[in-house]
Design a protein around this ligand. Sequence first.
Ligand code: ZN
Length: 90
Amino acid sequence: MTDNGKPTRDERVERAEAESREASTEVLVSASGTAGGSYAYHDMRTAGRPLCGAGDEETEYVTVTIEEAQRRNKAPCQRCRYLDSIAERD
Ligand SMILES: [Zn+2]
């Protein structure tokens, strides 16, 4: 982690390698590229909203595949992955 909490390039690569889902799985990235963690892609909770609750009413998210998100140099949102892993255990 760097001081501003943004992952380093190596961390992004590690996270991408940790991705176990299908490349065609749909995830969310922020449309603006700024708010809500522009470097991360999120699991979808309900249509258009991230599982982890990132962003706010003003934050616009677009649906892309994991493959596309990684092509944009984004990494899985760690909070979404954590929440998803808890959900799977229920
Ligand atoms: Zn998230």
